[in-house]
Design a protein around this ligand. Structure first.
Ligand code: APR
Length: 320
């Protein structure tokens, strides 16, 4: 059976890391696409040349021609600009919306059956716009944010409790921005919910609140340190987890930006919710019960995303 084909639209920091991870995990043949000439070709060749030592097989092609993504099974989109210190994700809206138009058209023309994972920020609005521009089915277009935000939360919690990151589960829902909603009641160490761990004296409510805030600011913390761009290792690893769930029909329950139509009282908008990812793409949106506080935070986050979508419609009348 032929290897799956993975197209990476954008060959920058995240795109290059995605290609390397896909190679090492032998997920399939990789095509790196970018408008910048030489960068995708150079990265593809460099990764291919690491194959003999890393012991993987696969084909790696860098290109500036959308025709080369033809028939891709998965497209992961990182094309656009990342933020610099002092910028919010929302500041990228105008520039990256134009990029989503060309990427959406490119995918529609050459890889209309692909499972598309968007990473470009501001995430929830960009994945909505990418779906609109591409016209692909909603279940085949999603955004990577919840896996990353939850991974940051899990890392901070594992450090606090001095336990393995593998035994910490966490849920972060809502939009991928300052209003994201880390759900402590649904986050556990080996099944023990965080509120119980506070009662058990493993941590204090104050420390937990500080970890929640650090999670919300997780992206900005990295931007502040790097100064020249934003995070790339953890975002790439998170998107690869989603791509693998699709390619291997794993039916993973992962939080991601999905089209929510009916659940959570929403009718047709992209926002971070728990989903099941398998061969059918986003096979299910899982509706969990929220208490009053959680619902309040989620509603605020939904409103922030709606504001960004309205801003997109104001910029490009084709979206209105
Ligand atoms: N089509 C294809 N590629 C494009 C286009 C376009 N229209 N416009 C820009 N690019 C490419 C750039 O040439 C660059 O190589 O997108 C790449 C982006 O790479 P980086 O600048 O290194 O950004 P990266 O850190 O990978 O982040 C990409 O993901 O997390 C988000 O906020 C982040 O929106 C940003 C995106």
């Amino acid at each position: 059976m032929a290897r799956p084909k993975i197209a990476l639209i954008g060959a920058g920091q995240i795109g290059g890391t995605l290609a390397h991870l896909a190679a090492v995990k032998e997920l399939g043949d990789v095509v790196l696409f970018d408008i910048s000439e030489g960068i995708p070709q150079g990265k593809a060749l460099d990764i291919a040349e690491s194959g003999p030592a890393a012991k993987f097989d696969g084909s790696f092609k860098g290109t500036n021609d959308y025709a080369d993504i033809a028939g891709a099974d998965v497209c992961i989109v990182t094309a656009g600009v990342p933020r610099k210190p002092g910028m919010s994700r929302d500041d990228l809206l105008g520039i990256n919306l134009k990029v989503m138009k060309s990427v959406g058209e490119g995918i529609a023309a050459h890889a209309p059956n692909a499972f598309v994972i968007c990473i470009t920020n501001p995430l929830d609005a960009m994945v909505w716009a990418l779906r609109e521009f591409s016209g692909l089915p909603h279940n085949m277009v999603c955004g990577m944010a919840g896996v990353l935000d939850s991974a940051r939360f899990r890392h901070f919690l594992a450090e606090e409790f001095n336990v393995s990151m593998r035994d910490v589960t966490a849920f972060v829902l809502g939009g991928h921005g300052d209003t994201m909603v880390p759900l402590t009641r649904y986050s556990t160490v080996a099944g023990i919910p965080l509120p119980d761990l506070v009662d058990m004296g493993w941590t204090t409510q104050e420390k937990l609140d500080a970890i929640v805030q650090r999670t919300r600011d997780g992206g900005a913390e990295i931007v502040g340190l790097l100064k020249t761009g934003s995070a790339f290792y953890a975002p790439a690893t998170s998107a690869i987890e989603m791509a693998e769930a699709f390619l291997k029909d794993q039916k993973r329950l992962l939080p991601c930006a999905a089209n929510v139509d009916g659940a959570y009282g929403l009718n047709g908008m992209y926002v971070g919710v728990p989903t099941v990812i398998g061969a059918g793409g986003i096979e299910r949106v899982v509706e969990i019960k929220m208490n009053k506080d959680e619902q309040g935070m989620f509603d605020k986050s939904v409103d922030a995303v709606k504001g960004l979508v309205e801003a997109c419609k104001g910029i490009d009348s084709a979206l209105a």
